[in-house]
Design a protein around this ligand. Structure first.
Ligand code: NDP
Ligand code: 8X3
Length: 253
């Protein structure tokens, strides 16, 4: 039987690595993101594994775009869809609240909270119609703790953490599992986006210790999604071994 996973933010980082591990395991993919060239190149690479791949090019902040993209899926793809990975997200800026850029705050709230909600609203009725499924939300250690300068990003990830628990309650009677994944520091394009293209500042975030790699999180996502039907991994906090909290790192080099 064909099985399909929809992954938001599959153009980079965790989303792209998660697409790869699902393809390696024979899953058909619906991959989404704003950078169509990136989606095309991921598709080109993963098609060689013999899986079907549909690309949806939309901004999760735009409710109409989200709904139109989901409506454009064929009945066959919709009927085979059983997993949604809510991964698309970002931090923009890091600093005290009194000098924060409100545009940055809007981007984080609109992407990490409202975007996740729009996609979940569009996809969850499809999972329900299919008799059940699984939603994986990529939250963060920033959804468990707060740290200096993290204010709005931490608030959005605390919201994701709360939504994971709330959605599990809402959808338990529809056989839909919900997994919350809370990574610590992982070297992806995350810091480059957060620091608005400042490569040196982004690189410094990962200096002196071995950060997580995108594949480490993809592996955890696939683990959660490949448990038996009666087992739900509710929440996973995954950190580099050298990270004890949001801000405490053992740096050796
Ligand atoms: P990347 O920057 O490498 O990837 C982010 C992905 O999100 C991209 O594919 C990007 O696609 C997509 N995205 C961002 N904004 C939008 C939007 N408005 N509409 C559609 N897609 C969007 O970062 P990561 O892989 O690290 O981040 C993935 C998730 O993991 C995020 O939710 C992040 O908050 C979370 N996280 C990251 C950690 C880290 O240390 N790296 C730790 C904990 C959590 P495109 O730009 O093409 O639209
Ligand atoms: C990303 C991890 O610690 O920079 O969610 O907030 S952190």
């Amino acid at each position: 039987m064909k099985k399909t996973v929809l992954i938001t933010g599959a153009t980079a980082g965790f989303g792209e690595a998660t697409a790869r591990i699902f393809a390696d395991n024979g899953w058909d993919l619906v991959l989404t993101g704003r950078r169509m060239d990136r989606l095309e190149s991921v598709k080109k690479e993963l098609q060689s594994k013999g899986v079907d791949i549909v690309l949806l090019n939309f901004d999760v902040r735009n409710e109409n775009e989200v709904n139109q993209a989901v409506q454009s899926l064929s009945e066959e793809v919709k009927n085979n869809l059983s997993i949604l990975i809510n991964n698309a997200g970002l931090a923009v800026g890091r600093g005290p609240i009194d000098s924060g850029e409100t545009d940055d705050w809007d981007r984080m709230i609109d992407t990490n909270v409202k975007g996740l909600l729009y996609v979940t609203r569009a996809i969850s009725p499809i999972l329900k119609k299919n008799g059940g499924g699984h939603i994986v939300n990529i939250a963060s250690i920033a959804g468990k703790e707060v740290y200096a300068g993290g204010n709005v990003y931490c608030a959005t990830k605390h919201a994701v953490d709360a939504l994971s628990r709330a959605i599990r309650i809402d959808l338990v009677h529809d056989n839909i599992k919900v997994t919350n994944i809370a990574p610590g520091a992982a070297e992806t394009e995350f810091s480059l986006v957060r620091f608005k293209g400042d490569e040196q500042t982004a690189k410094n975030v990962y200096d002196g210790y071995d950060p997580l790699m995108a594949e480490d999180i993809a592996d955890a996502v696939y683990y959660a999604c490949s448990r038996p039907k009666h087992v739900c991994i509710n929440d996973l906090v995954i950190m580099p071994s050298a990270q004890a909290s949001s801000t405490i790192f053992h740096k050796t080099h």
